[in-house]
Each structure stands twice: as C-alpha cells, then as structure tokens.
Design a protein around this ligand. Structure first.
Ligand code: NAD
Length: 433
C-alpha cells in the first residue's frame, strides 16, 4: 500500500519505518524541514534502539521516503496516518491545533479516495471533528473515511512493540476502512479489535490512565509501607502474583512522567469534565503522582539536613530507561527544586544529555556515573537505567564525600547496601543506616 505518515516524531518514525519493513511504500512527512533534511540522510533525530538500522535498510530498499511536502505525499497515498503531537494546553485540555491543521491540509490536497487514520492520542470525538473539518475543506467532494488506530508502543522498545503488539485497535465507520486497515495490519499476526471510532479513542485514554493509576496506587501503598517498616517491593510482588492484578506497573518510585501519561491523564480529566463527568479518581492519581516527587525531595532534605551548597549527583535524566526523551521527566522537576534550595547539581545520563542541555541551566553534565559521584555529597538515582544497576558501588563509595545514596527507583537491595556501608534511602522500604 502507499502510505503517508504526517508527523515524524517518536510515533511517526517508528510507525512509518515498520510499515515500510512490512512491505508498504511509506512517505514520512514533517513540517520541520531541518528534521526531514537529516532523515533523508538516514540521520535519526531521536534515540530509539534499532530504529536507525531499520530506517537505513528501508531507505535502501526504496520503501521509505521522507518529505516536507505534505501535498505531494497526500496525493501519492491512499492511507494517511496522523501522528503529530497533541500536547497539553495550560488548562490540561489536549491541544489539537496540529491535528486540525493536518486535517485541513489533507482536505485541500485530496485527489481521490483517502483513508485518514488518527494515530496520535486524542480525546474522544476528535474523529468526528476531523471528519467535519475534511468535509468542510474537501471542495471537490472526493470520497474519504476517517478511522482511529491508537498507538500503544513504548519508547525504548518501540519497534518490538509495534511489530508484536498485545493488541491492535481499529475504530472505523465503514466496511472499506475496516478492510484496508485489517489488510495493512494482517502481517503483524496480533489480536485486532474492531470498534467504532469513539470507543477506539477512549481505549487509548482509558489504557494510559489505568496504567498511571496502577503506578499511583503502589506509590500510595509505599507511603504506608514506610510508616510501618514494610517492604513495598514484597507487597507489589505479592499483589502481582494474582493474575487478575499482574505485577507490571507496580514498581514504587518517584512517579510517572514522560510525554504521554501526564498529558493524557490531564486530557482525559478535561474531556470528561467537558462531557459532564467529574473523573475524580484520575484527579487523585495525578495528586499522588505529584506528591511522590515532593516526598522524594523531602527524603533528600532529611538525608542532607541543609541542601544549600551541597553537591548532588543525579543519575538519570530520561523519563525512563532506553530513551532520550525528557518530556515531563521527573528529573527536570527534581533538579530545579534542588537548585531552588541552593544545591549544586552534577548529572549523568547515557542518552538524554543533549536534550537536557536545552532545558537545564547551571548543571554540570558528567561523562559517566563515577564522574558524577566524584566529590558529591550524595548520589540520587532518578532513572532506572540498567547500567546504574551494575555500578561498581565500592568505587562509587570511595568517590563520594559521604556514602549516601537516595534511590528513587529502588534499584539496589537494602541489605546489600548496608553490607557495603552505605546510608541508603529508597521508596517504601525501611531506611538503611
Ligand atoms: P513528537 O513530538 O515526537 O512528534 C510529532 C511530530 O509531528 C514532530 O516531529 C513535529 O514536528 C510534527 N508535526 C507537528 N505538526 C505538524 C504538522 N502540522 N505537519 C507535519 N508535521 C507536524 O510526538 P510523539 O511522541 O511521536 O507523539 C505523537 C502522538 O502519538 C501524540 O499524540 C502522543 O500522545 C501519541 N503517542 C506517543 C507515544 C510515545 O511513546 N511517544 C506512544 C503512543 C502514542
């Protein structure tokens, strides 16, 4: 099939490249001309394991193309995926300006039947708005369908998630749209749920909100564990052994971040309110998540007493391991809160330093964890990169001014840390002194 992907970010690039790998002819479009120029030379602007090789392979096979020319891409394609960003407005609502712009541009450039598929995460009823917009600007009245096919990939393992998804959801209103999408997704051999468009849109927001709720739930439990000296990791393990619950997304820590959960929960609360429903459960999920960051700062304060003029080594900037994405990452808030109290910050992250340099000021970026630890008053773990789990802690202890580790992701074992002579503070587990 001839496919266009409008918006060549994390989702668009992975979607476009994987569809090309499955044998389709794909044009990835973006309105950022510099990004397209780089991509044409197979230089990938984001870090996503395996993506660069797959892009190179499919450019070479002449199945994958990059263009800033939306008009020509639309004219050459029967199926058009919208994968532009849907960030939060100040009031939490999803900003759908990008979606509307793209819908209008598609309508202006139609030259025959088109299937327009929303893959960006959007509030329920966006599909109806996309349809209305295209109708309004499709002056030659070409036939078209709108469909929803929300994306569930996780950054860091996006290619594998796209190629082997737990499920594919397609929301359609016509037999033709259904047949095209079933045919397109057929090689993936995964469960496909066909629904109406509104249900598909709701599935995405409901899924992300549910996962965020699991994280906030275990974080709430972690606070209780701290009060009685229980171990939240054991509590989560015990809960997770129940197949109705399952252990995923039950890791206590400093809360969720990233480019999806915070904004999707805000958007879900906001669209619910607009539709006349107060989704108070989600408001509490968000409150618990915010409080978890403050609790973590308090742990650092309690451990250092005076934060002013102390040097704090932060391990991890990305909102989770295996990505360079720092959008709504807890690290940024934590670093700023510590700087506000006068702390000096040294940081190390395996991938996200370049992105962080654009937003963080007066921070010393280090070449590795040991460099960050050297001469610091404490080490703070913010992202659970596997290389942090494998650090030579004896060496770290020698480099630190004091053997103090405050671990926001519970990556070390308290007993082991005690043996090594650390003061070790983690989440929802007894403090080791
Ligand atoms: P992104 O910011 O990485 O990429 C969006 C791209 O769209 C950018 O390159 C931008 O330049 C381009 N763009 C914006 N307006 C455009 C326009 N009018 N014409 C052409 N290009 C335009 O965002 P992302 O992380 O890929 O997310 C895209 C959507 O997918 C969002 O709705 C997000 O919630 C959803 N999603 C993201 C993930 C994820 O892990 N990142 C997972 C599932 C769903």
């Amino acid at each position: 099939m001839n496919i266009s992907i409008i918006g060549s970010g994390y989702v668009g690039l992975v979607t476009g490249t994987c569809f090309a790998e499955l044998g389709n002819k794909v044009i990835c479009v973006d309105n950022d001309a510099a990004k397209i120029k780089r991509l044409k030379k197979a230089s990938v602007p984001i870090y996503e394991p395996g993506l660069e090789d797959l892009i190179k392979k499919n450019i070479k096979s002449k199945r994958l193309f990059f263009s800033a020319d939306l008009k020509s891409a639309v004219r050459k394609s029967e199926v058009i995926f919208i994968t532009v960003g849907t960030p939060s407005k100040e009031n939490g609502e999803a900003d759908l300006t990008g979606i509307e712009n793209v819908a209008r541009s598609i309508a202006h450039n139609m030259n025959g039947y088109k299937l327009i598929v929303e893959k960006s995460t959007v509030p329920v009823e966006t599909g109806a708005w996309v349809k209305r917009t295209i109708d309004m600007h499709n002056h030659k009245k070409y036939k078209f369908d709108v469909a929803s096919s929300p994306e569930f990939l996780r950054e860091g393992q996006a290619i594998s998630d796209f190629m082997h998804p737990d499920r594919i959801v397609i929301g359609v209103e016509s037999g033709k749209a259904k047949d095209i999408l079933l045919n397109l997704y057929k090689p993936l051999k995964s469960a496909i749920l066909v629904t109406d468009i509104k249900s598909a849109e709701l599935i995405k927001h409901a899924s992300n909100s549910f996962l965020a709720a699991k994280i906030s739930f275990i974080n709430a439990v972690s606070n209780l564990c701290e009060k009685v000296g229980a171990d939240v990791a054991k509590v989560a393990e015990g809960m997770g052994l129940d197949r109705r619950i399952n252990g995923m997304f039950l890791d206590a820590g400093i809360g969720y971040g990233g480019s999806c959960f915070p904004k999707d929960i805000d958007a879900f609360i906001s669209i619910s309110e607009k539709l006349g429903y107060d989704f108070s459960l989600l408001k509490e999920v968000k409150n618990i998540n915010n409080a978890q960051k403050i609790n973590f700062i308090e742990k650092i304060q309690d451990s250092l007493w005076i934060v002013k003029d102390k040097t704090i080594a932060i391990l991890g900037l990305a909102f989770k391991p295996n990505t360079d994405d720092i959008r709504s990452a807890a690290s940024i808030d934590i670093i700023r809160m510590l700087q506000d109290q006068g702390a000096k910050i040294k940081v190390y992250d395996p991938c996200a330093v370049n992105n962080a340099k654009a937003v963080l000021k007066k921070v010393k970026f280090c070449k590795d964890s040991y460099d960050a630890a050297k001469g610091s008053d404490c080490l703070v773990v913010v992202t659970e990169w596997s290389e942090f789990k494998e650090l030579d802690l004896v060496r770290i202890k020698k480099l630190l001014k004091h053997p103090l580790i405050i671990d926001g992701r519970n990556i070390y074992e308290p007993i082991q840390m005690k043996k090594l002579g650390f003061k070790y503070v983690s989440i929802g587990r007894a403090k080791v002194v």
